[in-house]
Design a protein around this ligand. Structure first.
Ligand code: FAD
Ligand code: AMP
Length: 477
């Protein structure tokens, strides 16, 4: 036995590293185990999100959005001439951002006194953790509490096996370093749409295959409908009801085989991104006698406060039920650290914002109109288009709307759904309002600065009662 900790966290993604920092801040002797090493053998912190997920994808989305805006700067009278993109420089910029952030976690661990244990962590019986370092050294540590934060890995599908430089998962997709002429994407989920957008903006012909007939089934139907219309204008060719059945590599080309309602079809592309979802990463994480159970879908089974079946062992983030989102993982990490430190803590799973960082962005929090109707809840809906916002006009960014749904009886806000240039920022207003149990009237009575894009949130709240000022809406009471 090398050492004993109050808390050992396995995994240093946004779930694990946040949990470790919080636990250390609360005075607990904390270690964090991470198996990821770079090509020089140094530990890589930040998990999927910082290294091959949220952050690098947003860096590329921002670069290509700036490129697109510059190409269309003529709308402001700005003459740019030919605009070109140095893709290698764009990718290098992304790598620099990733390096800064992941290096920052090492600094935060030091500042907070978190012990970093490099290696593959395995939970043994009685809250012991075995760590196998990259050089093969095996150590065993004991802990009063263990937090499993092992995250997720991309789902692979047999018809499209990953092939170096050609058929790529999210990690490979973030390192494409020249603009492909033709790109195939399998899966029109969050990752598929974001990666498709990056390359469509640079002139790539992008075809997205989606097995389901419904586009963005998880979003409010109005959001999905508006997004489909806008993506079509952006030349993202999204084929619904199209299931990939096979791939064939011929030199530098990939023949993508799929079936849709009309039968078997083929498409030739230069790169193919497989973005069909992610699955929990639990391989090698648990000994047979760890006492931790998985659920029927392979997620670590936990209760509403992230307790596993083994006393003193918690699990958070992508490896447990709930949306696979970095902020959900982090908040669970904070909740668990607080519980371990003896504080009262709980997380509101009903108010977790979701965002798709296309342009315009899609963002929502709370329930959709369809979900509420299925539950038989009487609702009132207000919707305000950005086309009526002076600030959005000034920014030449008028696509989309804010839709607010409130309870007919209590006026409480139950869901807010947006399509808009900075919907990712605006949705925080809705999340704060909902967390505080706000009614639509509370937002109606709030003073929003003018001119701001946020006024669309105010107007949507007013529209819930037919009182929006800057559009025609029938007065209901
Ligand atoms: P992870 O980030 O997966 O971290 C788990 C860590 O544990 C990894 O570092 C892994 O190496 C380590 N590990 C696993 N097993 C062991 C073990 N046995 N021993 C030691 N270490 C171990 N979410 C958002 O909220 N916003 C976004 O914009 C967003 N964009 C995304 C874009 C892409 C392309 C992808 C792929 C994902 C995106 N996500 C986004 C999802 C987000 O990345 C995840 O929800 C988040 O990373 C989950 O955090 P986590 O800590 O649970 O797991
Ligand atoms: P997400 O889980 O949000 O990343 O979305 C992944 C998407 O990929 C889902 O909408 C799935 O329906 C879709 N998908 C899964 N398998 C296939 C397949 N073989 N062909 C096309 N789409 C698929």
């Amino acid at each position: 036995m090398s050492d004993k900790f109050d808390v050992i966290v396995i995994g240093a993604g946004p779930g694990g590293y946040v949990a470790a920092i919080r636990a250390a801040q609360l005075g607990l002797k904390t270690a964090c185990v991470e198996k990821w090493v770079d090509d020089k053998g140094a530990p890589v912190l930040g998990g999927t999100c910082l290294n091959v997920g949220c952050i690098p994808s947003k860096a590329l989305l921002e670069s290509t959005h700036q490129f697109h805006k510059t190409q269309h700067a003529d709308v402001h009278g700005i003459q740019t001439g030919d605009v070109t993109m140095d893709v290698k420089k764009m990718v290098a910029r992304k790598d620099k951002i990733v390096g800064n952030l992941t290096g920052g976690i090492t600094g935060l661990f030091k500042a907070n006194g978190v012990t970093l244990l490099q290696g593959m962590g395995k939970l043994l019986a009685n809250k012991q953790v075995q760590v196998t370092a990259a050089d093969g050294t095996v150590s065993v540590y004991a802990a009063e509490n263990v937090i499993l934060a092992s995250g997720s890995v991309p789902v692979e599908i047999p018809p499209a096996p990953l092939t170096e430089g050609l058929i790529l998962d999210n990690a490979g997709a973030l390192n494409i370093d020249e603009t492909p002429k033709r790109l195939g994407v399998i899966g029109a989920g969050v990752i598929g749409l974001e990666m498709g957008s990056v390359w469509a903006r640079l002139g790539t012909e992008v075809t997205v295959l989606e097995a389901m007939d419904e586009f963005l089934a998880m979003a409010d139907a109005d959001v999905a409908k508006e997004a489909a219309k806008i993506f079509k204008k952006q030349k993202l060719d999204i084929k619904l009801g199209a299931r990939c059945t096979g791939t064939e590599i011929n030199g530098k080309e990939i023949t993508l085989k799929y079936t849709d309602a009309e039968g078997a079809k083929e498409l030739v592309v230069d790169k193919l991104i497989v973005a069909v979802g992610r699955r929990p990463q639990t391989q090698g994480l648990l000994s047979d006698d760890s006492g931790v159970k998985l659920d029927e879908r392979g997620f670590i089974f936990v209760d509403g406060q992230c307790r596993t079946e083994a006393p003193g062992v918690y699990a958070i983030g992508d490896s447990v039920r709930g949306p696979m989102l970095a902020h959900k993982a982090s908040e669970e990490g904070i909740m668990v650290a607080d519980i371990i430190a003896g504080h009262h803590a709980q997380m509101n799973y009903d108010v977790i914002p979701s965002i798709i960082y296309t342009h315009p962005e899609l963002a929502w929090v709370g329930k959709t109109e369809k979900e509420l109707k299925a539950e038989g809840v009487a609702i009132k809906v207000g919707k305000f288009p950005f086309a009526a916002s002076g600030r959005a006009m000034a920014a030449d960014d008028t696509d989309g709307f804010v839709k607010m749904i409130a309870d007919e009886a209590t006026d409480r806000i139950l869901g807010v759904h947006m399509v808009g240039g900075i919907a990712s920022e605006l949705i925080a207003q809705a999340a704060i309002a909902m967390e505080f149990g706000s009614t639509a009237e509370d937002l109606q009575l709030t003073v929003f600065a003018h001119p701001t894009v946020s006024e669309a949130v105010h107007e949507a709240a007013l529209a819930v009662d037919g009182h929006a000022i800057h559009m025609a809406n029938r007065k209901k009471r």
